[in-house]
Design a protein around this ligand. Structure first.
Ligand SMILES: CNC(=O)c1cccc(C)c1Nc1nc(N2CCN(c3ccccc3Cl)CC2)nc(N2CSC[C@H]2C(=O)NC)n1
Length: 200
């Protein structure tokens, strides 16, 4: 997974191909590797050891595979007892991952409905494929109903709101060749339509 491609690579601007089932061995391994990347990247020690940027989502086009597959691992917000105690920080990171808010590899995802209510991360968005900072609010639907297939081909229909909803929209954008900063208002990056919910 140290082969995350960067903005400028044309693969990031392609509309990815639908995935057929049963998954090929290659696609099964890719799903495992992408989720593993997120797990390792969210562990401060391992992330440092392997020089990984932390992420809660990773889409196949970001590793130069233009198919409709993305790993999403949104940990529960667990704070360390003592943020200055390294063991507490590690324990909290592990606990946060052990009961995630949302964890799955979403395949052929479709947002079947979404709230009129908008939401945006109050600190803006980051992306493993975009090295430079792109400050600004990224307005998205605050709540979505998402249909997708998992690696076994089972159909899922989930309702997500706030952070996990933002993350899934960011990843589904990748499958359509869209990057987060495409949504930032160029004249006024931190102007948000009124009653946009600021998240986090
Ligand atoms: C420019 N300001 C900012 O980036 C930004 C700045 C502050 C706060 C937020 C909330 C920001 N925004 C933002 N922060 C994240 N992380 C917060 C830290 N976290 C993490 C870090 C360490 C261990 C475990 C974990 Cl979990 C990993 C994920 N992730 C995304 N995105 C956008 S949707 C896809 C998702 C993604 O995975 N990007 C790589 N945005």
């Amino acid at each position: 997974m140290d082969n995350i491609i960067r903005d400028g690579n044309p693969t990031l601007r392609k509309y990815a191909d639908k995935v057929t089932f049963p998954l090929s061995q290659e696609h099964q391994q890719l799903a495992k590797d992408m989720m593993k990347y997120l797990e390792v990247s969210q562990n401060p020690d391992l992330a440092e050891k392997y020089g990984l940027r932390a992420g809660v989502g990773l889409a196949a086009p970001q590793v130069d595979v233009s198919i409709q597959m993305a790993a999403v691992l949104v940990p529960s917000p667990v704070e360390p007892d003592d943020p200055d105690n390294h063991d507490d920080v590690l324990k909290a990171a592990q606990e946060a991952q052990d009961n995630p808010v949302f964890k799955d590899v979403i395949i052929n995802p479709v947002i079947v409905s979404q709230s009129v209510q908008l939401g945006a991360l109050s600190e803006g968005e980051g992306c493993l494929s975009v090295d430079e900072d792109k400050p600004g609010y990224v307005p998205r639907a605050d709540r979505i109903t998402l249909r997708y297939q998992d690696v076994d081909g089972n159909d899922h229909k989930v309702r997500l709101k706030n952070y996990p909803a933002i993350v899934c929209q960011h990843e589904i954008d990748h499958l359509h060749g869209v990057l987060f900063y495409d949504h930032i208002n160029k004249e006024q990056p931190f102007a948000a339509e009124e009653n946009t919910l600021l998240i986090g």
